[in-house]
Design a protein around this ligand. Structure first.
Ligand code: AQP
Length: 328
């Protein structure tokens, strides 16, 4: 049994990249582990968010966690801003972080390049993420490939804190899926699929209608070769579509290649659209039941209570280690 933590930002509606790279794997973990799943809304505000949309996306993300199989009796599901220890420990970890190491984070570079105004929060996002993880004594962090660097920084910060103050933090390990760790944009296979992409055709949202999914897959870029074959280097777009097909259908890439031998991209894309729509159908049905129910608020209230109980213990230890307590 391990302690597991994972967070997703409510910065838009989740894409199938978020689902296949992260969320899909969570449900298998909750039977044998102590799991914490978090809607990291304080991370989302590192870039501008419209307040109504943020509120709505946060509830929507919580409902998607549940609809994809998170069981509140087995896992703790909560909203980051409802557990103040995250921001409190995040500040303490900012104070043990170096600006240079934060500036080297790929995600910071990607999200800040070419922007007129960049929030300080975008730079200090990784120590807050480290706090999310370290507060729960997390051993395993299931994430997509893009988060590997942040987990490495979390380990460095934990190690630095333990050495300097007191040995209180557990060293977490990233768990990255072998296939699907980086689903790419449908419009540019050199970039990862992201929910905040300004081009809606670049991603499939978990709540897209079947017709929209089918249209988006039809519009996905391919190549001029016309052969359905996995070759990441020379055929990145088709390889990305094959990965999605394989993960959604449970069929191996080789079997899918054989199914489309001698057939063009038209058939392949039309059927892939159906396969994705079918994968999302039960999740969407459950989502629509949950999003209008009071059950969702009850689950999140209880989740915040459980998370606060656990996190406040580690926060107290960290404050004591740094000399921030008065009486304890
Ligand atoms: N394209 C992807 N393929 C596989 N896994 C992915 N993840 C994100 N995109 C892909 C994984 O999803 C989890 C939640 O990610 P997040 O929302 O916290 O942040 P992110 O990685 O920045 O995701 P987005 O969709 O790209 O959000 P925006 O557009 O707001 O920046 C993580 O485990 C991540 O690895």
């Amino acid at each position: 049994m391990s302690v597991i933590f994972s967070g997703i930002q409510p910065s838009g509606t989740l894409t199938i990249g978020n689902y296949l790279g992260a969320m899909k794997h969570f449900t298998h973990l909750q039977d044998d582990n102590e799991c914490y799943f978090c809607v990291v809304n304080q991370h989302a505000i590192t870039v501008p968010q419209e307040k109504k949309a943020l509120k709505q996306n946060s509830k929507s993300l919580a409902a998607l966690y549940l609809a994809s199989g998170i069981d509140p009796d087995k896992s703790t599901l909560f909203i980051q801003s409802e557990v103040p220890a995250h921001a409190q420990l995040g500040w303490m970890l900012q104070c043990v972080s170096y600006i240079g190491e934060l500036e080297r984070m790929t995600q910071f570079k990607d999200k800040s390049t070419g922007k007129d105004a960049v929030s300080a929060g975008l730079l200090t996002y990784p120590p807050l993420m480290a706090a999310d993880i370290l507060l729960y004594g997390t051993e395993v962090v299931p994430v997509g490939d893009d988060q590997k660097q942040h987990i490495e920084l979390t380990r460095n910060l934990a190690e630095r804190f333990n050495r300097k103050f007191n040995d209180i933090f557990v060293m977490p390990d990233a768990r990255i899926p072998k296939v699907g760790a980086r689903i790419m944009s449908l419009q540019d296979p050199t970039r990862k699929m992201s929910k905040s992409d300004s081009n809606q055709n670049a991603y499939i949202s978990m709540l897209d209608e079947p017709n929209t999914i089918i249209k988006k897959v039809k519009r996905a870029v391919t190549d001029s070769d016309g052969v359905v074959r996995f070759d990441k280097e020379n055929k990145p777009a088709i390889s990305n579509l094959l990965t999605i097909y394989s993960l959604c259908s449970g069929k191996s890439v080789e079997d899918i290649e054989a199914m489309y031998e001698g057939r063009g991209y038209g058939d392949f894309k039309a059927e892939l659209g159906e396969v994705i729509a079918e994968t999302l159908r039960p999740i969407q049905e459950r989502y629509h039941e949950l999003i209008t129910s009071s059950e969702l608020d009850d689950i999140l209230d209880l989740g915040a209570e459980k998370a606060n109980r656990k996190a406040s213990k580690m926060l107290a230890k960290a404050e004591r280690a740094m000399g921030l307590e008065r009486k304890r």
